[in-house]
Design a protein around this ligand. Structure first.
Ligand code: FAD
Ligand code: SF4
Ligand code: SF4
Length: 486
């Protein structure tokens, strides 16, 4: 067994085994199998322990990758876990769903000609193993403060901040309009990438650490039909974090775009995830959001589109096509996920965009046109233009729109015109303070940066928590409370 590093010359890269495509089409279980202890140790030993580890530089949470790889190779798995969890609240989740090819692994400079270290898979192994061994424990702050913080949104940004603030001894309350914790990790991302149990066990752990969750509690304006007014929360807590994500689906126009059979990606995925969690879901039972036996066309080329096509395959669709206006090299989604989708039987129609949706009472087809890539614009991204007389038709009884998400208009929705937002509707926060235009109100995750990644939400949540703690200290809330608690 490996206990030395720099083994990349003799040990080849080996990602965890994948279930066969025919097998994984049958269910929503994760597609990658677990590393065994010897596999994880051997793969970790390939790291060449770079003096300047570019893997770490390109990891949004700045994970101390070379050190935990070395500890893993040496079999010091509990220490590897301690180190890995010191910088990341949910390492086993990032190990599963970070686009490693664009982040840590894509920047692994092991040696020219050798494949990168399997960083994500080792990170996942370290924490899964720690759960099995009983090393993952709830937060136990060394001192209690009576100052309280209110966190709006139980996605990765809000949860990471909640855990960090609880470590400081604050009384932490998390409010979410959903009935479960996890945000897009529970209702957006399908189980074949991230099994629901992984998120549920994190929820249970946070609760054991005395973080209080108020679920089914949407936050809104005083006179709205939401459960709690934003102003009530401000009065109730010493500081507030807004981590509500981005949920407004980008619209798709054109003739026939109002036909039944055209659905929003997140509606489709949420219903499928709820079924995986065992909920009764009438929208699925009615057939509207069920792909079984249908010709499905998904429009878009990001992670959401990839999740939709692969969900449709698992629901037993007759055919599944992904229509994207650029080509494979220029798509925003992870190429690893495209490969997985192709293996599972999805057909990609590159360089094509919808023009119209056909059908009398419900959609029966998509009229599309071929596109060509043009010159790069100011941002360096190539323009896309339609090719004349290139129209074609695809059969479709279910069209899923996966064109991305924008923020909801929080100042209007919450009756807080003083809450400043950017021209894209994202929350404006101080670059280093993470504070919004309202004193004591902070922001983190997608609602600040726009649709992004789980790992960036975690990073923001950690940074915002640090700034909230400093602010509470400056305001005297932290100290005052400490005296009261003594
Ligand atoms: P969210 O996860 O969106 O959580 C926000 C929470 O706030 C939700 O629980 C919501 O219910 C709650 N909320 C919103 N408004 C209110 C309100 N008014 N009152 C109370 N609660 C409210 N990222 C990856 O890294 N890898 C992937 O593979 C990946 N796949 C994705 C697949 C899909 C289909 C989607 C949609 C996204 C994917 N992402 C992926 C992106 C990732 O999920 C997000 O970037 C991340 O979840 C953002 O975290 P967040 O905490 O900012 O917000
Ligand atoms: Fe790589 Fe993501 Fe883990 Fe960082 S958190 S090491 S980017 S998988
Ligand atoms: Fe190891 Fe690759 Fe990171 Fe270098 S870049 S420290 S080889 S994982």
């Amino acid at each position: 067994m490996a206990d030395r590093m720099l083994q990349f010359v003799s040990v080849h890269q080996h990602q965890p085994d994948k279930r066969s495509a025919s097998d994984r089409r049958q269910d929503f279980g994760e597609i990658y199998r677990d590393f065994s202890v010897p596999q994880a140790r051997t793969q970790a030993s390939r790291c060449s322990q770079c003096g300047v580890p570019f893997c770490q530089v390109h990891c949004p949470v700045g994970n101390n990758i070379p050190d935990w790889l070395k500890l893993t190779a040496e079999g010091r798995l509990e220490e590897a876990y301690e180190l890995s969890s010191a910088t990341n609240n949910f390492p086993e989740i990032c190990g599963r769903i970070c686009p490693q090819d664009r982040l840590c692994e894509g920047n692994c400079v092991i040696e020219k000609g050798f494949d990168s270290v399997t960083i994500g898979a080792v990170e996942r192994f370290i924490t899964d193993n720690a759960w099995n061994e009983g090393w993952v424990r709830p937060v136990r702050p060394s001192r209690e403060r009576s100052a309280s913080v209110g966190i709006i949104g139980a996605g990765p940004g809000g949860l990471a901040a909640a855990e960090q603030l609880r470590k400081q001894g604050y009384q932490v309350h998390v409010y979410d309009r959903y009935d479960r914790v996890g945000g897009l990790m529970i209702y957006g991302i399908p189980g074949f990438k991230l099994e629901k149990e992984i998120v549920l066990r994190r929820h249970a752990l946070l609760e054991q650490g005395a973080i209080r969750f108020h679920l089914g509690r949407g936050v809104g304006a005083v006179d709205s039909d939401m459960a709690i007014a934003f102003s009530t929360l401000r009065a109730r807590h010493d500081a507030i974090l807004i981590a509500t994500g981005v949920y407004k689906s980008r619209a798709l126009g054109g003739p026939g775009s109002g036909l039944p059979g055209l659905v929003k990606a997140l509606d489709y995925l949420t219903v499928s995830n709820r079924r995986s969690l065992g909920d009764a879901v009438p929208e699925f039972d009615s057939g509207r959001l069920d792909a079984r036996g249908k010709n499905v066309v998904v429009i878009g080329g990001g992670d959401t589109a990839m999740d939709c096509v692969r969900t449709a395959v698992r629901q037993g669709a007759r055919s599944v096509k992904c229509l994207y206006r650029r080509d494979r090299a220029n798509m925003p989604g992870s190429l690893r996920e495209v490969k997985n989708a192709e293996e599972e039987g999805v057909e990609f129609v590159w360089l094509a965009a919808p023009e119209a949706f056909l059908g009398a009472n419900a959609v029966t087809g998509v009229r599309a046109v071929r596109m060509k890539l043009g010159l790069p614009d100011a941002s360096g991204r190539q323009s896309v233009d339609p090719v004349e007389n290139s129209g074609f038709t695809l059969d479709a009884d279910l069209v899923i729109k996966a064109l991305g998400f924008d923020p909801e208009e929080l100042p209007t929705l919450w009756g807080e015109p003083a809450l400043e937002v950017s021209r894209w509707g994202t929350l404006k926060v101080g670059h280093t303070s993470f504070m919004t235009s309202l004193p004591g109100v902070f922001g983190a995750g997608d609602i600040v940066r726009g649709a992004s990644l789980v790992v960036w939400a975690i990073r923001d949540g950690r940074d915002a928590a640090e700034q909230m703690h400093r602010w509470l200290e400056r305001e005297g809330a932290a100290q005052r409370v400490a005296e009261a608690a003594e």
